[in-house]
Design a protein. Structure first.
Length: 469
């Protein structure tokens, strides 16, 4: 469901009681947390119980399970997730009562009012990791920023917090155009790789949205010099008067460069060259793409005026985020990781990291395509990206906010896998047993996708621990 961004966004403190429809999601839970910590009266609802709902309740936020018009009694403002449908009873009630009904982006924007300095992290891939890394870097430099991140970050203990300093670090989502409304002082663009074409309609429109986003930035822009889409923004941004900093792995092409990159098991090491100085950076996450995210975070921290050495030390405390190659456990000699990757580029990056983790062991990829529209467009590319695994299992499409299409199924992905055995294994509920019957001691299993495939890993580990009973 799409809700128009309002013409005027008052500060959160002027919104009265705020109700979040879909509060268990990463985006709305982050906004609810920050508002509550700033003294705003907040509550929310979601379709089911979850660890996030339990945590919000423990923080004093009222959370209902199920949607009911009665939940809006005494409410002034309703903020809704894009995953919510038009026929949701709370949305219907909000419209009938004439309540302020906002999209997620407006709720987040209400937290950015002056004197806050906002830094927005945008891009097709890597937003969550880069925002988490930037937050850890600033904390390492002695800062206490506010932050809103699209997943829980273990090193921070949460996905969002209202800090004491007037700096706000936000993950800026392009999927529904939200990032066009923030007007940040500074921004990072990790990459521009066509996605969410159900929203934007064409590759050209998607790329134009990033140009429009950059036009809203006030002071500085950090870009990935290795990504053509991000790199092309540099000249235009400089002409607009922005301070532009580029990062990459070529010292001749980037202002801040990584060299001597080494990925060893679950860690990554590199040298950082900037301003004629060299710094050693040791990361607790595996993969070249994570090293690039760290360079972006370091550049933004320096643009905010923090010294390099403590920023580097702070980056060394980052140890991943929920669903970003998250280690779920080991049972029966099988290690299980979970990844939010759902775009071909993300699949390729995380599977490269998984291959490094697996070493000589067998790598089993369990993928759940996300959205019918995305699978229709990118299904073949998804299958090719999965081909680096030794065994591939593909679940039914997680349709989310869309409706099923009998012409678009998991077979589009399975049939494009080239090399390893690949099979469609149906619904999430059937996956743990099917995997338990086929995995071997020593295997590394990676579950991939933005839907409920995240439930498969723990269920598989439970079956392996009990011998399938």
């Amino acid at each position: 469901m799409r809700i128009a961004f309002p013409d005027e966004v008052p500060p959160a403190e002027q919104l009265g009681t705020v109700h979040f429809v879909g509060v268990g999601g990463a985006g709305l839970s982050a906004i609810a947390r920050i508002m509550a910590q700033r003294g705003v009266r907040v509550q929310g609802s979601d379709a089911r119980e979850s660890a996030v709902i339990e945590a919000l309740r423990a923080e004093g936020i009222t959370c209902f399970v199920g949607q009911d018009a009665a939940h809006l009694d005494g409410v002034d403002t309703v903020v809704a997730s894009t995953a919510v449908r038009e026929d949701n009873p709370e949305i219907i009630a909000a419209r009938r009562r004439g309540l302020r009904l906002w999209p997620r982006s407006a709720g987040l924007a209400s937290l950015m009012t002056p004197p806050i300095t906002t830094v927005a992290v945008a891009g097709t891939h890597g937003k969550t990791t880069t925002t988490g890394m930037l937050t850890c870097a600033l904390v390492g430099a002695g800062a206490d920023p506010s932050f809103a991140i699209g997943a829980e970050v273990p090193a921070l203990g949460t996905n969002a917090r209202a800090g004491a300093d007037p700096v706000f670090l936000v993950e800026a989502d392009e999927s529904d155009g939200a990032f066009l409304h923030y007007a940040p002082a500074g921004a990072i663009v990790t990459n521009v790789d066509a996605d969410h074409l159900d929203m934007w309609g064409s590759v050209e429109a998607y790329e134009q949205a990033f140009d429009d986003f950059v036009a809203t930035v006030g002071r500085f822009l950090v870009l990935n010099a290795e990504d053509p889409g991000a790199k092309r923004m540099a000249e235009r941004a400089r002409a607009a008067g922005l301070q532009v900093v580029t990062v990459g792995f070529d010292p001749g092409a980037a202002d801040i460069a990584g060299t001597d990159l080494r990925v060893e098991g679950p860690t990554t090491q590199l040298q950082v060259v900037m301003d004629g100085e060299t710094y050693q950076l040791d990361l607790l996450v595996p993969g070249r793409h994570y090293a690039l995210d760290a360079l972006l975070a370091l550049a933004a921290g320096r643009a905010l005026g923090y010294p390099v050495a403590p920023l580097v030390a702070g980056l060394g405390t980052y140890r991943g985020a929920a669903r970003r190659m998250e280690y779920k456990g080991e049972a029966g000699g099988v290690r299980v990781y979970d990844s939010y990757a759902h775009h071909p580029t993300e699949l390729a990056a995380d599977l490269a990291a998984a291959r490094a983790l697996a070493g000589e062991s067998r790598l089993v990829a369990v993928f759940q395509p996300h959205l019918v529209s995305r699978t229709r467009i990118f299904g073949s590319q998804m299958g090719r990206a999965l081909s680096v695994a030794d065994d591939v299992a593909v679940l039914d499409i997680y349709v989310a906010r869309e409706d099923p299409d009998p012409q678009v199924t998991a077979r589009l992905v399975v049939d494009a896998v080239d090399g390893p055995p690949a099979r469609a294994i149906g619904a999430v509920a059937a996956a743990p047993a099917a995997l338990a019957a086929s995995v071997r001691p020593g295997d590394v299993v990676v579950t991939l996708g933005a839907g409920d495939v995240t439930d498969v890993g723990p269920a598989l580990l439970s079956l392996l621990e009990t011998g399938g009973e």
